[in-house]
Design a protein around this ligand. Structure first.
Ligand code: SF4
Ligand code: SF4
Length: 418
């Protein structure tokens, strides 16, 4: 995006490119995404939400159960390595363009102007920040509680003390952050900012002052005045720099007015003038780790079962009838992790026991989408070989749609000679 400035030498308007409008656009897009994502539904569920009631994570139409969190762990590993890789290559690009803290501080930049003017404007700015904090705090809870449920509870004053308390506490912390702490958080507290010191080397992308053109600087201090963390970029890269690019935008019109080359301050891979080196030991190692973590995530996600069946015993002692039938009670734990209802046909086949026949009661069970059910079933064995104390068998759970599963189990024969 450009604004017209008068060239000091020719008197002709010359375009001065500004980064700030693009950053605002990115921040508004991020705000719209964060606010809208909980309302977006994929396959009947929130596009992204950890449901506290059922302890399930919904991600873009897929559901991850609590005991499948290894998938989330692998995905987190991938994101962490990718994030580190981006940091090693592109420095604090995250801070300047994608960090929610930066976005919120920038979008509430009216507070800085209101502070200068004072009066009712300052009160109105604090009120706007309080309302914005309440909205963002509510938005955060929508990643755990369905937004419709939250809004219904709000309208009927039935949110409950826990949710109301969490909402209120989050809103207070956000208000304190946006009204008073602001960029101070980035400069003094943010753990990611601290990590940068260890990750950034002299080839990473940074906002840099071109010392080779020191004679072009007229010491107007425009770059210093706009810096939200109060540093002088001319002193070199400093850990407090959030990469907000305000100093670039401030210096460009000065250079244009003077008829000098733009970009005395600019984005540069390392010190301006040094060659770009994307392939470095750290970036190669992190690149490989990112690819490996992505492969691991894909492998564990592909290995997920839509149907979970576990077999355990019960307190019903095995029995044998006079007719020679053996009864064992079992507890089946069945979980339909899919989005469709399921009818399971249950059967048991004998393994290594000729002539033996097994029957399971009941032999079919219906499961609603997402249903978890514990079911007591009776396993009946007939035609068992004489003298056998136990017989191995195989439970077959055939699903009406999608793949079924099998489980190994054992029929205990009471009263057999051991
Ligand atoms: S804005 Fe540009 S010209 Fe002015 S002090 Fe900063 S670097 Fe120098
Ligand atoms: S030095 Fe420049 S990029 Fe860094 S925080 Fe200050 S204004 Fe932003």
């Amino acid at each position: 995006m450009t604004t017209k400035r008068v060239d000091g030498r020719s008197g002709r308007p010359s375009p001065v490119r500004r980064i700030r409008p693009w950053r605002r656009l990115a921040e508004l897009a991020q705000a719209a995404l964060a606010l809208g994502l909980p309302f977006l539904r994929v396959n009947g569920e929130s596009a992204l939400r950890f449901d506290l009631g059922s302890l399930r994570l919904h991600v873009l139409g897929a559901t991850v159960w609590m005991d499948e969190l290894f998938v989330v762990l692998a995905a987190t590993l991938f994101l962490a390595f990718a994030f580190l890789l981006v940091t090693v290559l592109f420095g604090r690009i995250w801070c300047g363009w994608a960090c929610p803290q930066t976005a919120l501080v920038d979008l509430t930049g009216f507070l800085t102007r209101a502070r200068k003017r004072g009066g009712w404007r300052l009160g109105a700015a604090y009120l706007a920040i309080a309302l914005g904090s309440a909205l963002v705090a509510a938005n955060l809870t929508w990643y755990f509680v369905p937004p419709a449920e939250f809004l219904r509870g709000l309208a009927t004053r039935s949110l409950g003390p826990t949710l109301s308390g969490i909402w209120f506490a989050l809103a207070v912390v956000l208000f304190a952050d946006l009204a008073f702490w602001r960029q101070g958080f980035c400069a003094s507290t943010c753990p990611y900012a601290k990590l940068q010191g260890a990750l950034l080397d002299r080839h990473a992308l940074v906002v840099a002052y071109d010392v080779r053109r020191d004679q072009d600087c007229v010491d107007c201090k425009a770059c210093l005045r706009v810096c939200p963390v109060g540093i002088d970029i001319r002193d070199g890269l400093q850990s407090a720099c959030t990469g907000c690019t305000e100093c670039i935008d401030a210096c460009r019109p000065i250079m244009a007015k003077l008829g000098k080359e733009p970009d005395l301050i600019r984005y540069a891979f390392g010190a301006p003038g040094t060659p770009r080196r994307l392939l470095r030991p750290a970036s190669i190692a992190l690149g490989l780790l990112t690819v490996a973590a992505l492969g691991l995530t894909a492998a564990v996600a592909a290995d997920r079962q839509a149907l979970e069946v576990t077999v355990s015993g019960s307190d019903f002692a095995p029995r044998r009838t006079e007719a020679g039938e053996v009864y064992n009670a079992l507890t089946l734990s069945l979980e339909n992790r899919g989005r469709e209802p399921l009818v399971l046909a249950l059967s048991v086949s004998a393994r290594a026991a000729r002539g033996a026949a097994f029957e399971l009661r009941p032999s079919a069970v219906a499961l609603a989408p997402g249903e978890h059910r514990r079911l007591r079933v009776m396993l009946v064995g007939r035609g068992l070989p004489p003298g056998a104390a136990s017989l191995p068998a195989r439970l077959v759970a055939a699903a009406s749609s999608g793949p079924g599963t099998t489980r190994e189990l054992t029929l205990t024969v009471p009263g057999a000679s051991r």
